[in-house]
Design a protein around this ligand. Sequence first.
Ligand code: FES
Length: 171
Amino acid sequence: MEFENSASAMTLPKASGEAVDEDRRGFVKKLTVTALTLGIGGAVVECGRFLKPNVLYEPSRVFKVGELSRFAIGSRTVIEGRGIEVVRERDGLHAISLVCTHLGCLIKPVENDPEVGYVCPCHGSTFARQGEVLGGPAPRDLPWYEMYLDHTGALVVDASKVNQKRTKLVV
Ligand code: FES
């Protein structure tokens, strides 16, 4: 009787040890699968990010500025956020850059001055109404951009193309 008791006492810890081993193996297996899953998932995400170009998308340089009726003859209209001004005169329209040719500051239109059309707040360059440099460190005239009327009658400025000949859009 005593022997049987000691035998059962011997087998019980052994069975319990196997159960502990099984639990440990299961835990290590789950840990391995989890680590592999996270590793592979991370690698896939990183590959996806690598394949996607890391660029900042700028707004299109071809944009509508509104219906023709928005621009009365004799008006000068600053297009907010685009760095241009649309000028309408009797003989046509043109779009002129408001970005200083010195270091790129946004210049300010000057009203009621027959000579100076624009002044740069940064270093004081001045430009004529047609964009020619009058004074200051700016090295070049303000460029004009191409513009046209689209099929809906909206005025479109193409700021990717400089209007080299400075021709006005006749409407
Ligand atoms: S940025 Fe306009 S004068 Fe310098």
